[in-house]
Design a protein around this ligand. Structure first.
Ligand code: SF4
Ligand code: FES
Length: 396
């Protein structure tokens, strides 16, 4: 085995017989969804449609235990996310424990709840990095606030971004891109530079959970996507050495799928507010999977031996055409959640792949929906997945 690799039987709490095929690397990152509470209502939210309630959330001590176990397992970075992680009053304690355990801490925030004193305190506790999501640029604040369903959000985000830089902390701007802001991609990149960000993510929406519910409203046309992709390439050249521009491509316009999560059970662990440990944020949508909870088992045991992680780890579970495809260890057959949602079997090839028999039919959906008049958003809110039409806000 190479350095950093472990066997599934490496954990003393799980004395299974040695399995020579079961060699696993330590995960690199932990996405800690501290809460599903959030003041924003973005219609592309990656949280599940059934949001977890505050009374099932892990306690401070539970999260502190998770941080220590994560560091012992070899995890390097923890992304403190949600929902809105600053809705947790104990965020400082969780950050402090994570930093003391040696983890690099990244706060993924909508920023609208933050006060300057709290940000200072978080920095003192060891917070390393802040990522702020935006919906559009400040000169399009009305559009940004409409998308987020939160008045005044755009201005507040700008203010918080200023504090982050004044405190000398590295800043990333994350901009989920869709039909209602794709015209602003160049302005968003320039805005991130103006805010002093070292990185900007032009993250085309991935259509799971709330975004799938709102797909017909959010899907940009292929032409708009292609123009945005060319623009990103031009800006990368223009801004080399000034800002890093990451781009996430929408599956519907790709020839091959993305290696979702970098491969199932390969590098990332996701923990929900109630402590369920998932191989990806949407894994609960695969209805036959069972998930362990950090309240019941050590994180290392779950990572190495948990059923949900083992199920689609590696390539042995694959069917044709993935099984014999030369790209199988490049993209790992794409996204398991998307394969399940669209074919009913998570072991099928992701229809985002042009080699999937369902690809053409599926890609047509984007073309049709992106040319229709966009329906009203189904805003992300508890119970919002089945809205009463009369109560919905009108998006355009
Ligand atoms: Fe990837 Fe499977 Fe498509 Fe090959 S057939 S490119 S492995 S998704
Ligand atoms: Fe779950 Fe892609 S979102 S594997």
């Amino acid at each position: 085995m190479d350095a950093g690799e472990m066997r599934c039987d490496a954990n003393p709490s799980s004395p299974t017989a040695p399995d020579p095929s079961c060699v696993v690397r330590a995960p690199i990152g932990l996405l800690a969804e501290l809460t599903h509470r959030c003041p924003l209502q973005c219609p592309y939210c990656s949280n599940p449609l059934e949001l977890e309630k505050v009374n099932v959330e892990l306690s401070t001590e539970d999260w502190q235990k998770v941080m220590r176990e994560a560091a012992q397992l070899g995890i390097l970075q923890v992304h403190l996310s949600g929902g809105e992680p600053t809705a947790r009053r104990d965020l400082e304690e969780i950050v402090k424990t994570a930093a003391e355990a040696g983890l690099y801490t990244n706060l993924i925030t909508a920023a609208v709840l933050l006060k300057r004193e709290r940000l200072e305190k978080l920095k003192e506790c060891g917070l390393d990095h802040v990522q702020i999501s935006i919906q559009d640029v400040d000169t399009q604040a009305e559009n940004a606030d409409r998308i987020a369903g939160y008045k005044g959000g755009s201005a507040k985000k700008k203010e918080v971004a200023g504090w982050v830089r004044e405190l000398g902390m590295p800043l990333t701007i994350n901009a989920p891109i869709h039909r209602h802001n794709i015209h602003s991609v160049e302005a968003i990149i320039n805005y991130a530079v103006e805010l002093g960000a070292g990185r900007v993510e032009i993250a085309h929406v991935q259509y799971y959970a709330w975004a799938l519910k709102n797909r017909s409203s959010l899907m940009p046309t292929r032409d708009a996507f292609m123009a945005a992709a060319r623009l990103v390439e031009r800006k990368r050249e223009e801004l080399k050495g000034i800002i890093v521009i990451d781009a996430v491509v929408p599956d519907y316009y790709a020839k091959y799928p993305k290696p979702c999560m970098g491969g199932w059970g390969k590098g990332i662990i996701n923990i929900t507010p109630s402590g369920r440990v998932l191989p990806c944020h949407a894994a609960e949508s695969i209805t036959h999977l069972e998930f362990d909870n950090v309240r019941d088992k050590p994180l290392a045991d779950i990572w190495l031996n948990g059923d949900a992680f083992q199920k689609y780890r590696g390539t042995s579970w694959m069917k044709e055409p993935c099984r014999t495809c030369p790209r199988r260890e490049i993209d790992y057959g794409g996204c398991r959640c998307q394969a399940f949602a669209l074919t009913g079997d998570a072991a099928n090839t992701d229809p985002a792949c042009s080699l999937s028999p369902l690809h053409e039919e599926w890609a047509k959906v984007a073309d049709v929906e992106s040319h229709q008049s966009p329906p009203a958003f189904v805003y992300r809110r508890p119970g919002g997945a089945t809205p009463k039409p009369a109560a919905e806000k009108t998006p355009v």
